[in-house]
Design a protein around this ligand. Structure first.
Ligand SMILES: NC(=O)c1ccc[n+]([C@@H]2O[C@H](COP(=O)([O-])OP(=O)(O)OC[C@H]3O[C@@H](n4cnc5c(N)ncnc54)[C@H](OP(=O)(O)O)[C@@H]3O)[C@@H](O)[C@H]2O)c1
Length: 302
């Protein structure tokens, strides 16, 4: 695509964004957007079509599938092309995919970690800072001027006592967001956070895995309830994935469901695994969408 643009002497000064609109099998008439970006030079979104390209559009199959972007879309994209993200849990397995993808997409990332040595990545748009995720005072100074807070935090389960890392950190995060006047947060939660929903899980998961992760799921459920009941002033999105696998993003379609899991064709879901790269991809897609604000959405890939 880039070669075609250059051949046609199209000026691409910074980031060329190609958007495909795809119909998904769930979600009725909803369309899911996928974005691919190619960083080139300066931070300016610039797309110009020559008349020869317009002719090309008639015969080139790419343009038959992806028509040129209307001006208002380009303006909207340019607004989203360079956002400021504060990422919590940036050193984690999903966090690392998310930071890398966010930088590839041209965003400015502040990674808030407890140990800066855990992020060896160097990039001109990446700032790594040490912060205490349980202290609003510690977080708020780093939240100033951010467009979005992204949380990839995760806490280990305990077998014989409850855990509170999710709710404790979220209450500090929310307080810091209000102080810093940032109102958008995207946070990872999980399938099966609501206890009764676990009865729908496949038997292997229900018998062997969920009991181990019960304390994690319970505390995530409390965090989701906190967001739902006490954070109506914020644009929050809780992204609920199934099992995670440390694999890069794919171009698979997402299936989404506003519930505690994504049902299968015949009711209860099959055991489902999503790559951490795809989870990060879905979270970053939410930067451009209000579809799931003030909602928790279960996801999986097709
Ligand atoms: N594993 C699964 O199959 C699965 C399924 C569904 C949902 N999820 C959820 O997905 C989320 C991400 O999972 P993941 O496996 O990518 O996470 P992960 O690799 O375990 O990373 C967890 C992150 O949280 C940070 N963290 C934990 N305690 C902290 C503390 N006290 N202070 C500062 N940072 C702290 C870690 O920092 P350090 O690097 O410093 O430790 C790390 O960056 C989790 O919320 C998990 O519950 C997981």
């Amino acid at each position: 695509m880039l070669r075609l643009l250059l051949e046609k002497q199209v000026e691409v000064k910074a980031i060329y964004l190609i958007w495909g609109l795809r119909r998904t099998t769930t979600g009725g008439n909803k369309y899911r957007r996928q974005r691919h970006s190619v960083p080139i030079e300066e931070p300016v979104l610039y797309i110009h079509m020559t008349s020869s390209m317009r002719q090309e559009k008639q015969k080139n199959p790419f343009f038959k599938q992806h028509s040129p972007l209307p001006l208002e879309t380009i303006q909207r994209l340019s607004k989203h092309a360079n956002m400021k993200l504060a990422v919590l849990g940036a050193s984690g397995r999903t966090g690392q995919y998310l930071v890398t993808q966010a930088l590839q997409q041209g965003h400015e990332v502040t990674a808030l970690v407890r140990n800066v040595g855990k992020i060896p990545l160097k990039h001109e748009n990446l700032k790594v800072v040490e912060a205490n995720i349980f202290s609003a005072d510690s977080l708020s100074e780093h939240f100033q001027g951010q467009d979005v807070i992204v949380s990839c935090l995760g806490f280990s389960p305990k077998l014989f006592s409850s855990i509170s890392g999710y709710t404790d950190s979220m209450s500090a995060i929310v307080k810091a967001m209000r102080e810093a006047k940032v109102d958008r947060i995207i946070v990872i939660t999980s399938w099966y956070t609501e206890p009764n929903s676990r009865q729908n899980s496949p038997i292997i998961l229900r018998v062997f895995l969920l009991p181990v992760y019960r304390t994690v799921l319970n505390n995530i459920y409390e965090m989701e309830n906190f967001l739902e009941k006490e954070c109506s002033d914020l644009n929050w999105t809780a992204v609920r994935p199934p099992d995670l696998q440390s694999m890069p993003a794919t171009d698979k379609e997402f299936l989404t469901h506003e519930g505690y899991f994504v049902p299968g064709d015949s009711g209860p879901p099959a055991r489902n695994i999503v790559s951490r790269g795809d989870l990060a991809r879905f979270m970053l897609l939410q930067l451009e969408s209000n579809e799931w604000t003030r909602k928790a959405v279960s996801i999986c890939t097709k």
